[in-house]
Design a protein around this ligand. Structure first.
Ligand SMILES: NC(=O)C1=CN([C@@H]2O[C@H](COP(=O)(O)OP(=O)(O)OC[C@H]3O[C@@H](n4cnc5c(N)ncnc54)[C@H](OP(=O)(O)O)[C@@H]3O)[C@@H](O)[C@H]2O)C=CC1
Ligand SMILES: O=C(CO)[C@H](O)[C@H](O)COP(=O)(O)O
Length: 468
């Protein structure tokens, strides 16, 4: 019997997505470009609705027309190489879906190249890691709109379901829109994780909390408005004992973070589009600084300030409020980037729908996202998330705690770049003057770049005199 869909790539994500599809009643053909992973997968996790193939042509020919082939392989050159191998095996109207973390500009290029051959190419963001892939991820499909009806049933069936039962999968937009939305999701994930890491540092070094107290605090926060996947797993991490030696596992992990690149891509794209996503960039920079080989030498030669004692309970409540307030800024930055990219690339992104598919399955899932969905449903063209009535009132009531926590951190020498950039973002927005008049004066002085006046239309150049 012809198969409903084919999955290429039997590593963590592809194998779990294939099982998820099979559990939902779809007949799935699977293939990996080296046979070992496929053999291992079908031997260790057999499923009556999954059929392995070891020859690409046979794999392609096993599929119902129009064929649906999902690539779940390493992003970059492997995707181009697999598309080249599929060339000649596919027919007009067939659909290729790249579910990896591909760069959205690559997806736009592949979409155009496939279009010229009559193949519909999808760049599909998938979030949720191994568990999400197996039990229900958040899915961000971008590509040829008319053929979405062909793949909708499979992906809406396997996607996570939010509390209201809606699938966390919605058509995003043409060409690279799905991968762009996933890229920024990961950027927001970086900022979210950085804020949580800074809250940990503050609890440990200013509040003098033990690991158990930090775990309990995160767990308590996870019962309220901060409830989210990341806060929940942070609570677990601080409760975990080391399995190889005495003590807690958190204290044995080297203080140097890795990154695969999606956060950096987000920052570079924001710089290109002129959107301030300083918290995401701060999170990327902090991962970079964590690997700085000069850290050890600096610890020995640069004096650290003393840390003042605090009332633990009051401090924890200010920290919770500061975290919630800064989280609003991180999402406001990410969604501002969506807005700018939507204009730039003509994607007509639906911000409310994007927030709504992040509500379950993905790494940034949080109750907070319901509020973002509500905000954009009320006002789809809102210029900035902070202008929504709910978020505005939370920013105004939370800024005092954010300022207090940042002051404490700065005076104690605790690095909190994401918190600081969150506050700077809001102060830049609300401040009547950001000093750009002087920047324009300096530019005009040294480069005749001209400036605009507050009292007259047009561009002006001033004949600046040397007074000293
Ligand atoms: N792991 C995660 O939590 C998440 C991953 N993703 C993305 O999903 C994709 C798959 O991720 P994951 O399952 O972790 O696997 P990896 O990113 O580790 O990629 C391994 C897979 O890519 C295949 N591959 C490597 N080179 C080639 C090539 N030249 N041609 C064809 N296939 C090749 C491998 O086959 P072989 O073993 O034979 O070399 C294997 O199937 C990636 O793009 C990743 O970024 C997205 C969300 C979450
Ligand atoms: O896409 C993901 C989650 O949404 C992947 O886990 C990704 O690898 C996370 O990014 P990084 O490795 O750079 O921290």
């Amino acid at each position: 019997m012809a198969k409903d869909i084919g999955v290429v790539g039997m590593a963590v994500m592809g194998s779990n997505l294939a099982l998820n599809m099979a559990d939902h009643g779809f007949d799935v053909a699977v293939y990996n470009y080296t046979p070992d992973l496929t053999e291992k997968f079908v031997a260790e996790r057999p499923h009556e609705k999954i059929t392995p193939y070891y020859d690409l042509k046979e794999f392609v020919q096993s599929l119902k027309r129009p064929r649906k082939i999902m690539l779940m392989i390493m992003a970059g050159a492997p995707v181009d190489s697999m598309l080249a191998s599929l060339d000649g095996l596919l027919e007009e109207g067939d659909i290729v879906i790249d579910g990896g973390n591909s760069f959205f500009e690559d997806t736009r290029r592949r979409y155009d190249a496939c279009k010229a051959k009559g193949i519909h190419f999808y760049g599909m963001g998938i979030s949720g890691g191994e568990t999400g892939a197996r039990r229900g991820p958040a899915i961000m499909p971008g590509g040829h709109k008319e053929s979405y009806a062909e793949i909708k049933d499979v992906y809406e069936a396997i996607a996570a379901k939010a509390d209201d039962g809606k699938p966390c999968c919605t058509y995003i937009g043409e060409d690279g829109a799905g991968h762009f939305v996933k890229m920024v999701h990961n950027g927001i994930e970086y900022a979210d994780m950085q804020l949580i890491a800074e809250a940990y540092l503050l609890m440990k070094y200013v509040g003098k909390f033990t690991n158990r107290e930090i775990s309990e605090t995160f767990h308590r926060w996870n019962q309220g408005e901060l409830k989210s996947f990341l806060i929940g797993i942070a609570a677990d991490i601080f409760a975990e004992e080391d399995d190889l030696a005495d003590g807690d596992i958190i204290d044995k992990i080297v203080d140097a973070a890795g990154q695969k690149g999606t956060g950096r891509w987000t920052s570079l794209e924001a710089l290109k589009l002129g959107v301030n996503i300083s918290m995401i960039t701060a999170a990327c920079n902090t991962r970079g600084s964590s690997n700085d080989t000069g850290r050890k030498a600096a610890q020995e030669v640069i004096a650290a300030p003393s840390v003042a004692a605090v009332d633990k309970e009051k401090f924890a409540e200010d920290l919770r409020t500061a975290l919630y307030t800064a989280k609003i800024m991180a999402y406001a930055q990410g969604f501002s980037l969506y807005r700018k990219a939507s204009e730039e690339y003509g994607w007509d992104l639906n911000y409310g729908a994007i927030a709504s598919i992040f509500r379950a399955g993905c790494i940034i899932q949080a109750v907070f996202l319901n509020k973002i969905t509500e905000a954009y449903e009320k006002n789809p063209s809102m210029e900035n998330l902070v202008f929504d009535e709910f978020f505005l009132s939370r920013v105004n009531s939370g800024l005092g705690s954010l300022r207090k926590i940042i002051s404490l951190a700065v005076l104690s020498g605790i690095p909190v770049p994401a918190f600081v950039n969150g506050l700077e973002y809001i102060d830049l927005l609300r401040s009547p003057s950001v000093g750009a008049n002087l920047i324009q004066g300096l530019r005009d002085y040294f480069g005749a770049h001209t400036f605009k006046r507050i009292d007259k239309e047009g561009s002006f150049h001033h004949d600046w005199k040397q007074h000293y």
